[in-house]
Design a protein around this ligand. Structure first.
Ligand code: BJW
Ligand code: ZN
Length: 247
């Protein structure tokens, strides 16, 4: 774009995918790279069902610390810019976030799907009892258990686990509707390294449905080649400008 803004007009439909980088300037660690969240812990140890079975106290300690960090953090200008864009576009907008920190909702986003779950919900590791809101900080021992006897666990999508079909369906439906509408369609990814699937593949699906695809990330992302446009920069500094929204 010549004026450095996304081409968002009256009829444009916009799907946004965010990752840990959008919360970095709120003080929350990203996953990969120097100082990343998993420094010192193999990923599988803290974010997989096998890791939880082997050492549930380590996993709960990790997620309780993340709950504390997220509770202490505040949404930043990039979270707020997306909430303002939603206000303008209404149901022509959908925000899919891989983040579990709750900062988008706290910034005012409502057309929001949290594809990797939420730090602020807990569920049973053994039965189908629905996930429930939880702002406690278990570390154990003892760890909290369900009435069925099984350990409770964070309602997070770990490696090897399926995303909630309802969230996947709402993203698929948004893309299909956008593709079939004849309206301009923009896909924008912000602050994500493009390492983790299926989210890293949304750009390819969006292109299939005719989207103009944009990436805003501090470092080159793994899947950068799949985008039509890439902008290297900070989400807080660049996103309000890209969206034409005053920070
Ligand atoms: C800034 C910034 C600033 C910094 N401004 N930018 C297809 C192909 C290959 C593999 C698979 C595949 N399908 C499934 C898989 C397996 C697996 C997978 O993808 N593995 C890869 C590692 C290869 N996927 C799964 O298991 C998924 N399940 C699934 O698909 O089920 C079906 C299936 C199972 C098994 C086999 C086949 C099919 C589930 C994935 C769940 C991921 N969960 C995690 C952890 C739990 C959540 C939590 O604890 O918070 O979610 S992994 C972790 O990575 C977390 C994140 O949401 C996710 C993405 O990370 P993100 O957000 O991109 O963060 P970073 O740190 O990587 O990057 C941050 C970026 O920001 C950096 O690039 C910086 O430059 C940038 N940045 N500051 C702008 N200020
Ligand atoms: Zn149970």
């Amino acid at each position: 774009m010549s004026d450095g803004r996304l081409p968002i007009g009256e009829r444009t439909r916009v799907l946004v995918l965010t990752g840990a980088g959008i919360s970095a300037e709120s003080g929350l660690a990203t996953f990969r790279g120097a100082g990343g969240l998993w420094d010192g812990h193999p990923v599988e140890q803290v974010a997989s069902p096998v890791g939880f079975a082997e050492d549930p106290e380590l996993v709960w300690s990790f997620y309780s610390a993340r709950r504390r960090d997220a509770a202490a953090a505040e949404p930043n200008a990039a979270h707020r810019a997306l909430a303002a864009l939603e206000e303008r576009l209404g149901d022509r907008f959908l925000l899919a976030t891989q983040n579990v920190d709750g900062l988008h909702a706290r910034a005012g986003s409502r057309r929001l799907v949290e594809v990797h779950g939420s730090l602020w919900r807990t569920r049973c590791s053994g039965c189908m009892r629905p996930a429930f809101a939880d702002a406690t900080y278990p570390v154990g021992p003892p760890l909290p258990r369900c009435a069925c006897g099984a350990l409770l666990r964070p309602d997070i999508v770990w490696f090897g686990e399926l995303l909630d079909p309802a969230t996947t369906r709402s993203i698929d439906r948004f893309m299909r509707d956008a593709g079939g509408s004849g309206d301009p369609f923009v896909f924008l990814a912000v602050g994500t390294s493009g390492n983790v699937y299926p989210a890293a593949g949304y750009v390819t699906a969006a292109r299939f449905f005719g989207a103009d695809t944009w990436l805003l990330n501090l470092d080159p992302a793994e899947n950068a080649g799949a985008f039509d446009h890439t902008v290297e920069g900070s989400a807080v500094q660049s996103l309000p400008r890209l969206l034409g929204i005053d920070g």
